[in-house]
Design a protein around this ligand. Structure first.
Ligand SMILES: [Zn+2]
Length: 281
């Protein structure tokens, strides 16, 4: 079977905090996880092994061309302002299949190391989750703007890599498909949500129906108070923000547009003010 791991890189450092770059942490962690998988007999394909730029579409294309059985994307998270959140979170396309079990395993393993477990989140609009033809996971290995999480990340680094690798291998072995069985992870379901994305992991939907509106979203929260706080910040910066309640989450959005180009223009403005925005449908 193949494990496949990707991360930010090159001109796209992902989240940053006090000179620390998400792309560096993610590369280091992905290489460490990959090494453990390789030592256990898995074939690992890296979308990059050095500090180079790749689009999320390129990363998904590499996985598809290689016929990978599993896609694992390694990240570090960031909130609207440093220290707001801490904890680990794993994102998947929908609430089903082995990807869900692997996500829960990884979260449980990392929680044991001292991280807050922010759960499994369903993110059908992320390109790396919806354009990959195999089960795919996006692991947010703690918040890069949390001193607590960085301390854990540095002091328990090898244990974190082992926890992610074990989460993958335990599931595959339980399913008795470690020898390279056929894994199918796509069906429908609902999710738990929560947490904030790192600024660059979320990406634009590709394709999609013309009837859909492209929404510029700045955050999604289970807790109404968190959504209200972000709404106030956006309003103070002059943005026409509002909150919608959907799938158990209070989503803070800044606009809904029929044209993707308009959503992109608004997103750029909001992002320039320092918000972690992304476009959703
Ligand atoms: Zn990221």
């Amino acid at each position: 079977m193949y494990g496949l791991i990707y991360y930010h890189g090159g001109s796209n450092p992902g989240a940053t905090y006090q000179g620390r770059r998400e792309s560096d942490d993610a590369l280091r962690l992905a290489m460490a996880v990959g090494r453990i998988l390789e030592e256990n007999g898995y074939d690992v394909i890296y979308t990059r092994t050095s500090d180079v730029s790749q689009s999320v579409g390129q990363k998904a294309a590499i996985a598809n061309e290689e016929g990978a059985d599993l896609f694992v994307s390694i990240h570090r998270n960031a909130a609207e302002y440093p220290g707001k959140y801490n904890g680990i979170q794993t994102l998947i396309y929908d609430d089903s299949g082995i990807k869900k079990e692997i996500a829960e395993n990884i979260n449980a393993n990392l929680e044991r190391l001292g991280f807050r477990n922010a759960g499994v989140s369903i993110r059908p609009n992320l390109v790396v989750l919806n354009s990959t033809q195999m089960p795919a996971l996006l692991v947010e290995a703690g918040f890069i703007d949390s001193d607590k999480d960085n301390q854990l990340f540095d002091s328990r680094f090898q244990a974190i890599a082992q926890g992610i690798a074990d989460g993958i291998m335990d599931t595959l072995e339980n399913q008795n498909i470690s020898g390279g069985g056929n894994m199918n992870g796509n069906s429908t379901g609902n999710g738990m949500g929560g947490g904030q994305n790192c600024p660059v992991c979320p990406s634009m939907p590709e394709g999609g129906s013309q009837e859909e509106l492209y929404r510029v979203q700045a955050g999604a929260f289970r807790d109404r108070q968190n959504a209200d706080n972000l709404l106030s910040l956006l309003e103070n910066d002059g943005f026409p923000a509002y909150i919608i309640y959907q799938d158990g989450l209070y989503k803070v959005q800044v606009g809904a547009y029929a044209r993707l180009s308009n959503a992109i223009a608004m997103e750029r403005e909001v992002r320039q003010k320092g918000y972690n925005t992304y476009i959703t449908t």
